[in-house]
Ligand binder design. Structure first.
Ligand code: ATP
Ligand code: LTN
Length: 336
C-alpha cells in the first residue's frame, strides 16, 4: 500500500477477540468488510488490546485471536487486497494512544454509552482502560488516516469521538489527521438478542440462547430461532417498537434473502411464527454453511493464518510508524 496523492479512500475497522463472532457481528460489520475491498484500501484488525478492558483468560484470548483472524479470512477478507493484522502486533497504536488520551476530555469519555454499559456489567472491574477505550480506538483509526470506519450502530459514538479528537489535535497543532466517518449499512446495523430483543446481540452475553454464533451448526441455529422471544400477536409485521422480536427476525431474513420487509410480511401472512422462525433459521444456516467450511479449513492451517498476520503487521507498521513519528515531532517530543 503506497501513499500517493490521489489515493483510494482508506478504510479501517476492528473487532475484539472476546469470543466467537455472533450473527450480529457478521451482519453489522464483518459481512460488509469483504465487499469494500474492491473500492477501498482496507485495513482490518483484531482488537486484542481492547479485549483486555474486560478480564480475559490468557490462553483463551490467544485462541480467540487466531480464530478471529481465521473467521475474517473465511468471511472473505483477501490478504492480497487488504491488510489483516492483530492490534498488539503494531505497537504504534499504543504510542499514539497516549497522545490521544492527553487530547481527550474526561467529560466526553464519561458520556460514552459503552463505558456506562460495561461498567454496569462488570462493577468489580471498572478499570482505566475501559474508560480510555475510545482514545485507543481513535488511535487505531487516525494512525492510518482512515476516511471510513465500517461498524455497527453501537460504535458510532466512538467514531464521532475519534473525529472530535482529530479535529482538536489538528487545530491545536496543524492539519495532521483525516477526519473519519462511520460507515453504517441501513440493514442490520443493530441485530438484537434473540432472548431479549430490546438488547443488542452480544458475543459476551451469558445467555447462550441470546445469540447465534458463526460456528453454530444448522440444528443449533434452527433450535435457537425456534426459541427466539417474539410476542403474542401471531402476525409477521415490522414494528420495532411494538414487536422487537419479530422485527429483528424480519431484518435478519431481509439481509439474507434480499426480500423487502413488505414482501416478507406478505410471504408469511396468515402463517404462524413457527413457520416464519424455521424459514429464518434455514436461510441463516444456509448462508453460514460455506463460511463455516472455509473457517475449518483455514483454522487448520495455523502457519498460513500466522503468515497472513505477520505480513499484515509489517504492512500496517510501516504506515503507523510514520504517523507516530510525525505526531511525536508535532507535540514537541525531543527527536535525536
Ligand atoms: P462484546 O460482547 O465483547 O462487547 P460485541 O459482540 O459487541 O462484543 P465487538 O467486537 O464489540 O462485538 O464489535 C465488532 C463489530 O460488530 C462492531 O463493528 C460492532 O458495531 C458490530 N456489532 C456488534 N454487535 C452487533 C449487533 N448486535 N448488530 C450489529 N452489529 C454489531
Ligand atoms: N470498539 C470496536 C472494536 C474496535 C474498532 C477499532 C472498530 C477497536 N478498534 C477501530 C473500528 C475501528 C468494537 O467493536 N467494540
Amino acid at each position: 500500500m503506497s501513499e500517493t496523492v490521489e489515493r483510494k479512500k482508506r478504510i479501517l475497522s476492528g473487532i475484539q477477540p472476546t469470543g466467537t463472532f455472533t450473527l450480529g457481528n457478521y451482519i453489522g460489520a464483518v459481512r460488509n468488510w469483504s465487499k469494500l475491498q474492491e473500492d477501498f484500501e482496507c485495513l482490518y484488525m483484531v482488537a486484542d488490546l481492547h479485549a483486555l478492558t474486560v478480564r480475559q483468560v490468557p490462553a483463551e484470548l490467544r485462541r480467540h485471536t487466531r480464530e478471529a483472524a481465521a473467521m475474517l479470512l473465511a468471511a472473505g477478507i483477501d490478504p492480497k487486497q487488504s491488510l489483516l493484522f492483530v492490534q498488539s502486533h503494531v505497537p504504534a497504536h499504543t504510542q499514539l494512544n497516549w497522545i490521544l488520551c492527553c487530547n481527550s476530555q474526561f467529560g466526553e469519555l464519561s458520556r460514552m454509552t459503552q463505558f456506562k454499559d460495561k461498567s454496569a456489567k462488570h462493577p468489580d472491574n471498572v478499570n482505566g482502560g475501559l474508560f480510555t477505550y475510545p482514545a485507543l480506538m481513535a488511535a487505531d483509526i487516525l494512525i492510518y488516516n482512515a476516511d471510513l470506519v465500517p461498524v455497527g450502530k453501537d460504535q458510532t459514538q466512538h467514531v464521532e469521538l475519534a473525529r472530535n479528537v482529530a479535529q482538536r489535535f489538528n487545530s491545536a497543532y496543524s492539519p495532521t489527521f483525516t477526519l473519519p466517518e462511520g460507515y453504517i449499512t441501513k440493514e442490520g446495523a443493530k441485530i438484537m438478542s434473540l432472548a431479549e430483543p430490546t438488547k443488542k446481540m452480544s458475543k459476551s452475553d451469558t445467555n447462550l440462547n441470546a445469540f447465534i454464533l458463526m460456528t453454530d451448526d444448522a440444528d443449533t441455529i434452527l433450535r435457537k430461532f425456534r426459541r427466539a422471544v417474539t410476542d403474542s400477536e401471531g402476525v409477521v409485521r415490522y414494528d420495532p417498537a411494538e414487536k422487537p422480536g419479530v422485527s429483528n427476525l424480519m431484518m435478519i431474513y431481509n439481509v439474507f434473502t434480499g426480500k423487502a420487509l413488505a414482501e416478507i410480511e406478505a410471504e408469511f401472512s396468515g402463517k404462524g411464527y413457527g413457520e416464519f422462525k424455521d424459514a429464518v433459521g434455514e436461510v441463516v444456516a444456509n448462508a453460514l454453511a460455506p463460511i463455516q467450511g472455509e473457517y475449518a479449513r483455514i483454522l487448520a492451517d495455523k502457519d498460513y493464518v500466522d503468515g497472513v498476520l505477520k505480513d499484515g503487521a509489517a504492512g500496517a507498521s510501516r504506515l503507523a510508524n510514520r504517523m507516530v513519528e510525525k505526531v511525536y515531532k508535532k507535540v514537541g517530543l525531543l527527536q535525536l
